[in-house]
Design a protein. Structure first.
Lengths: 332, 755
């Protein structure tokens, strides 16, 4: 039996190719849509069944986050018996999928959380509109470029307080904050072209994982009422790289992290993934859907760690093409 | 039936968990184990996890050893209750840990997000260059972010510096030196029951108590992990309690029994130190499982029955039983945890074994002796002091204004240089025996305490080990210590503090921890009227032999001031440990050739002028026509200059004299260059002939590089230095230098004429 780590993806993973993948009749989908109906939201089954991908619909947190949750959880359910899952990590709001998959919250409660937080992320902010700025920290060969990290750190030092690294992926950093402040930072970061994309790349963002969302998250919590938090049935590594095990996990710390800390502070996926590799030594990394976009970050973190002797992009690609790939996407 | 004790102990736990019955009621995570205790069920389970991980790290190290993939099998098995200390302290409580500290480190790592203690430990075991602390140079417990400076801890030589750091916490705050540690931080230092007998351990403990008596804060927790044994030698029953249980100024706590009882005792000890800022001695009862190390055949000195009795006291077994009986966990849960931990650590061990190792000499020595002369020179010039402040501090007259005939002695120059560095560097502290009120046995620190206050210039107790321990501890947190050791012979009383500890810190921590310092030592022979070996010791081999240690030996006052500034800058910029060896006999010397000639007085070079290793002094015939090159240092320089005059007057020889100034590293480039110029070389070495002095090194280097034509040396006799006029019978004298030089030149002429 192989030792498997599972990495649940976050926002942006539900893309055009994800359309039509949700089993409308599955009990989780139906239960989710019942909850959404109470909130006056359109059914996910319908949104997933759309003919074409509409960013305004499918990337809306109130729709996109629940879609990510269900897709990830459904994939987790069909992890084959020949894998022993020894640890789970997540990127951003994929954490709620991980909580459900590990049994920390039951599926309905976890869904309510992700749904409410998705709505909270859409609340207009008095301070103004928010955005995200994506910047690469590695080169085309996946080697770290320390100058880029230094440039980001220097830019943040002079930036508005509300601008923070929202998501640390290792390969990239996603800065979050008010559009106005991010515009200033974008102007100070050296322009970098990787493939066809030029960075810094500004994307739509909701201020999630930044201090701007502390109040929105607090309001969402009020709407959630009492939740029943359990110890996970598999080790989880959270947004700061802290391990929570089936035996000793502190459920109040899990609750606080999920509902208070994560909405308003940096989500460090790079740290979480690195801890999973170093402390759990998985044979494979399973990548549930939707999409397979987290695979790139995972691949670069494996190379950065020199995990299993894989120390370059070329070596990783060689491993992936061989008989025992280390990264197994569940959506190919 | 197996004789594999690892398997037997593992099976003992398995058998218990297979056969145990769950408690009738489960204890909630936030409920305490017992009504009186503070340990909750959740925290107890976390501790048990850490203890299991520690145990499996020991198992993994031994498994890897079977296939020659690990290099270290001294384990923590049986000591895992030290995890309680790790859990009860904070990551910003500096920890100096002995080698059975797996539980402590696992528990402390739990407090640091993103930490990976399992792989980190195994990377140390397999000597991987990715080991985050030593990078493959040693298996040590250490971590920069967790404030665990690495120790080898085999001879308890880490206690004095732990005490030094505890002392320095309040001192640094008083001097407004940033330490990155909170004001209520405490220091923990652990050691075994056998190690408690080491002189260094007793030094550290004694000085901690002395500090209390002196009214000084000393927030340190001594943790004696008592497993009743030192390798194969049993510790007498009750030895630790009877030795340390009733000492004044040291509160004793006994931690024994079940997990929750240990927690209660540790909690009380930590709280006592945290609040009172006074030292405590925590006597933590443990057992030692599986021998001293993997290679130790315990059966050769213990009966099987005895071994089995000890194994029955396995703390993991006892803790598992406690957790089950109190309803903290079910046997099935613990079985899962044990199985999971074994598989996890084994998998991580396989990963560790794949990681790279150090390959080249350059990689090994990289952090040992950072050497950035340009940066050091720039650093040495950086601190500026307003002239008015200097004038005020020096009582209205700057030392450089005093010129002949009132120019300065070596002692006068060093006193002024110390004052200038104290003025320029608020983090610099000067301390040692008699340096405060008395101003030093020879007046070197005269007036400094009055000028800079007792917080910066202070007397210590008479214990060289503790003086160097204070220096190390102070340097760990940003102070710049300039301790004084009163006589060179006394360094040998404490030399391991330099060799095994201070000089090795950057090596074993890959430069992440440093303890910069300039250790002033009064030494060497030729004192008039104060004889005998212990005040005239001329053995420097033990210092020259320490990897990475800088050894500065000035001779003239102006050099001494500039070299001292160089030494301080090296310490500050490159974190170096510098021994500044001052020739006592020249401290107050005024003359060179004849009484009253004032040839040994100099003008004081004002800051920031400095000298660095490699920069030698050149005297006498500097052109290429010189007949002989005398290479010397310290008293030997003055003797060589006297000899040079006689060689000129009586033998018509032109002599160039080279002052090495730095004996570690030796200025080999300069020596070779001058030797090539002159051809005939005589090394004048006032230290013992075969004592690791510089003569062997200089002559060997010139010979191996075929530089020069003739190499000779004069050296002191291999003897202790006797009392009274008999000293002349063992020390180098001018006559000897003259005759050796004449003979060398003669031989050269002969050799030339024969060719």
């Amino acid at each position: 039996m192989t030792r498997a780590a599972v990495a649940f993806p976050g926002p942006g993973s539900y893309g055009p190719r994800s359309l039509g993948t949700l089993p409308a009749e599955h009990r989780w989908v139906r239960a989710a849509d019942a909850i959404r109906a109470d909130l006056g939201l359109p059914p996910l089954a319908e949104i997933d069944a759309a003919d074409r991908f509409d960013p305004a619909v499918h990337l809306r947190p109130a729709n996109g986050w629940p879609l990510i949750f269900l897709a990830g959880l459904l994939d987790a359910e069909r992890i084959a018996d020949d894998h022993e899952v020894v640890v789970a990590v997540a990127s951003s709001v994929g954490w709620y999928t991980a909580l459900a998959a590990a049994g920390v919250l039951d599926v309905a409660d976890a869904f309510r959380v992700v749904q409410q937080l998705g709505l909270a992320a859409e609340e207009p902010l008095e301070a103004g509109p928010t955005a995200e700025l994506v910047y690469p920290l590695t080169d085309a060969a996946w080697e770290a470029v320390p100058d880029r990290r230094a440039a980001v750190d220097a830019a943040l030092e002079h930036a508005d307080d509300g601008v923070v690294p929202a998501l640390e992926l290792g390969s990239h950093v996603v800065l979050g904050g008010l559009s106005s402040a991010l515009g200033e930072i974008a102007a100070t970061l050296p322009s970098v072209t990787v493939g066809s994309r030029t960075f810094p790349f500004e994307a739509a963002g909701h201020g999630w994982h930044t201090p701007h969302r502390a109040l929105s998250a607090a309001r969402a919590r009020e709407g959630l009422g009492e939740l029943r938090w359990q110890r996970p049935n598999v080790a989880l590594v959270d947004d700061r790289g802290v391990r929570h095990t089936p035996w000793s996990a502190d459920t109040s710390a899990l609750a606080e992290g999920a509902l208070v800390r994560q909405p308003s502070t940096t989500f460090n996926f790079a740290s979480a993934f690195r801890v999973a590799l170093r402390e759990y030594a998985p044979d494979v990394v399973l990548l549930p859907g939707p999409g397979a976009s987290l695979g790139g970050a995972c691949a670069q973190l494996i190379v950065g760690e020199g995990y299993r002797g894989i120390r370059s992009r070329q070596e990783l690609e060689h491993t992936q093409a061989g008989r025992s790939p280390i990264l197994l996407s569940m959506r190919r | 039936m197996t004789w594999d004790r690892v398997a037997i102990v593992e099976q003992q736990l398995d058998r218990y968990l297979e056969s145990a019955e769950p408690a009738s009621a489960r204890l909630p995570a936030d409920a305490p184990l017992t009504e009186a205790g503070g340990l909750t069920a959740g925290a107890a389970l976390a501790l048990f996890e850490d203890q299991l991980t520690s145990r499996q790290l020991d198992v993994a190290a031994r498994e890897l050893k079977k296939t020659n993939r690990s290099f270290y099998t001294i384990g923590s098995a049986g000591h895992e209750n030290n995890a309680v200390v790790g859990a009860r302290l904070r990551v910003d409580d500096p920890a100096f840990l002995h080698y059975r500290s797996g539980g402590f480190v696992m528990a402390r790592a739990r407090q640091l997000a993103g930490s990976t203690p399992t792989l980190d430990t195994l990377l140390g075991v397999v000597a991987s260059s990715q080991d985050p602390i030593s990078q493959g140079r040693h298996k040590v417990w250490g971590s920069r972010p967790m404030w665990i400076p690495p120790q080898t801890s085999t001879i308890a030589s880490h206690l004095p510096k732990a005490m030094g750091l505890a002392f320095s916490l309040a001192r640094a705050r008083r001097l407004r030196v940033e330490t990155e540690l909170p004001s209520d931080a405490l220091v923990v230092v652990s050691f075994g029951d056998a190690s408690a007998n080491h002189a260094t351990a007793l030094s550290g403990i004694n000085t901690a108590r002395y500090a209390v008596r002196m009214g000084l804060p000393m927030p340190i927790l001594f943790v004696c992990e008592d497993n009743d044994t030192g390798i194969s030698v049993p510790t007498p029953e009750g030895w630790i309690a009877s030795s340390f249980g009733n000492l004044p100024h040291l509160r004793y706590f006994l931690a024994d029994g079940e997990l929750d009882e240990v927690w209660t005792a540790v909690d009380a000890a930590v709280e006592y130190v945290r609040v009172s800022r006074q030292p405590a001695f925590l006597h933590l009862r443990t057992v030692r499982l599986w021998g001293h190390a993997g290679s130790d055949a315990e059966q050769s000195y213990r009966s099987m029955a005895e071994i089995a009795r000890i194994e029955a006291r396995d703390p993991l077994l006892r803790n598992a039983r406690r957790l089950v009986e109190l309803g903290v966990a079910t046997p099935a849960q613990l079985r899962d945890l044990v199985r999971d931990t074994r598989a996890r650590v084994q998998a991580v061990a396989e990963e560790a074994a794949r990681r790279p190792r150090l390959q080249t000499t350059e990689e090994v020595v990289a952090p040992m002796a950072p050497d950035h002369p340009d940066r050091v020179a720039a650093e040495g010039r950086r601190p500026q002091v307003n002239t008015e402040v200097r004038v005020g501090s020096f009582g209205g007259h700057l030392p450089e204004e005093a010129t002949l005939p009132t120019a300065r002695t070596l002692a006068g120059c060093l006193n002024a240089a110390l004052a200038d560095e104290l003025l320029r560097r608020p983090e610099l502290i000067v301390f040692g025996e008699d340096v405060g009120r008395k101003g030093g046995v020879y007046g070197l620190t005269s007036g400094l305490q009055k000028r800079f206050g007792p917080a910066r210039v202070f007397d210590t107790l008479l214990d060289e080990t503790s003086i160097l321990g204070i220096a190390q501890g102070a340097a760990h947190i940003g102070l710049l210590p300039v301790p004084e050791i009163q006589y060179l012979a006394y360094v040998h009383n404490a030399i391991d503090q330099l060799r095994g500890e201070a000089a090795s810190l950057q090596f074993f921590s890959s430069g992440q921890f440093r303890n910069p310092m300039v250790v002033r030592v009064a030494g060497l022979a030729y004192q008039k009227g104060f004889g005998g070996h212990f005040h005239n010791d001329n053995s420097i081999g033990a210092l020259r032999d320490i990897p990475g240690l800088v050894l500065a030996v000035p001779s003239r006052g102006d050099d001494a001031a500039r070299m001292f500034r160089g030494a301080v800058a090296m310490a500050r910029e490159d974190g170096r440990v510098v021994v500044f060896l001052e020739p006592i006999a020249l401290y107050h010397e005024r003359d060179l050739h004849v009484e009253g000639d004032a040839g040994w007085l100099v003008d004081y070079p004002p800051p920031p002028d400095l000298l660095l290793p490699g920069e030698v002094g050149v005297h006498g015939a500097t052109d290429e026509d010189a007949d002989v090159l005398l290479v010397s240092y310290a008293n030997g320089l003055r003797l060589s200059l006297q000899a040079a005059k006689r060689l000129a007057d009586e033998h018509d020889l032109r002599v160039r004299v080279l002052d090495l100034r730095w004996l570690n590293p030796l200025p080999t480039d300069a020596i070779r260059q001058h030797a090539a110029d002159v051809g005939t070389v005589v090394v004048v070495d006032e230290c013992r002939a075969t004592g690791g002095g510089v003569a062997d090194a200089v002559v060997a280097d010139l010979a191996e590089h075929r530089v020069g034509r003739r190499w000779s040396s004069v050296r002191a006799v291999d003897s202790f230095v006797p009392l009274g006029p008999a000293t002349a019978a063992v020390l180098v004298g001018v006559d000897q230098i003259v005759s050796t030089a004449v003979a060398a030149v003669g031989r050269r002429r002969t050799a030339t004429s024969n060719s």
